[in-house]
Design a protein around this ligand. Sequence first.
Ligand SMILES: [Cu+2]
Length: 336
Amino acid sequence: MFSSLRWRMRSLLTASVAAGLLAMSAVGTVSAAPMKASDHTARTWYVQTGAQSPNMLIQGMVFLPGTITIDVGDTIVWQAHSAEPHTVTFNAAPNAQFNPFAPAVGNGAMFDGTGYVSSGAMANVSSETAGFPVEREFSLTFTKAGTFQYVCLVHPGMGGAVVVQPAGTPYPESQRQYEQQGRHQTSRIIAAGYQLKAQDQRASNNHYVIAGDTNMEVGADVMAYMRHTVVIHVGESVSFVNKSAEPHTITFGDEIGDPTNPWCADDCSASTLPSHGPIFGGNYSATLSGTDAVFNSGWVFTGVQVTVTFTHPGVYEYHCALHDYMGMVGKVIVEP
Ligand SMILES: [Cu+2]
């Protein structure tokens, strides 16, 4: 569904080629490290990748637990817990970009903390729904003591740490304790997300709709147009403002156009309406001249305002090309 815009991500991410080359060169090093035999019985631990409300509307930009302490020889399995994609990436190049089509590097490998390993896009929805291949799990066996940080390539600021103790060292916390803390944190994220949504709903009106918002403190992201249905009159406008850390789109009608060109949200030569690729700053406006008109804002980044003017009466449904399957859809009713 509506996956054509997501295809555009690929070419947007020019750094992906470099990341791919780096990944290839690192493959040899991650699988080569030998594991020392010891009396210690190796354990398998589970880390939750992402969190969400059951309806997917609130997404948590977290690994749970954020820091896990294990022993040398233990394995960690990261498991996808959200529709929003995340990666588990160790030793990423500075300013590495997310490439949803980059395959997993080092899955199931012995890992001594050096070399690039990355899960690829992890999510708990189908690849068809996501619009790119997604994985459910990624695992690494840790062969050296130390503290190793990792990041999510999709969400700047999202990361975790693995503290690896010498084999046989008692564990500070059990898997069960981590899971209890994880449930607590998930509840906090969901509560914070709904609180933000209610606040933004009050701040939105028939001519101003907040399109997504993020509570950075707890890592909660609201995947919603904060006022689902607005009612205006012919000749009037609605401004959509993205307040979240995520890009969103304002898309009326089908997603059409050249999927390889990130700068054309729709067919660039279309006679329908002007369209743009990623909008990083400033404001942008368009006019919709009928309910069958097609308009795709392209990626709208934080703080950008997109104003759409309606010249004909009717019911106009729109969606976010990236997050519609999480319920990010809306409606503009234009009365004569
Ligand atoms: Cu979105």
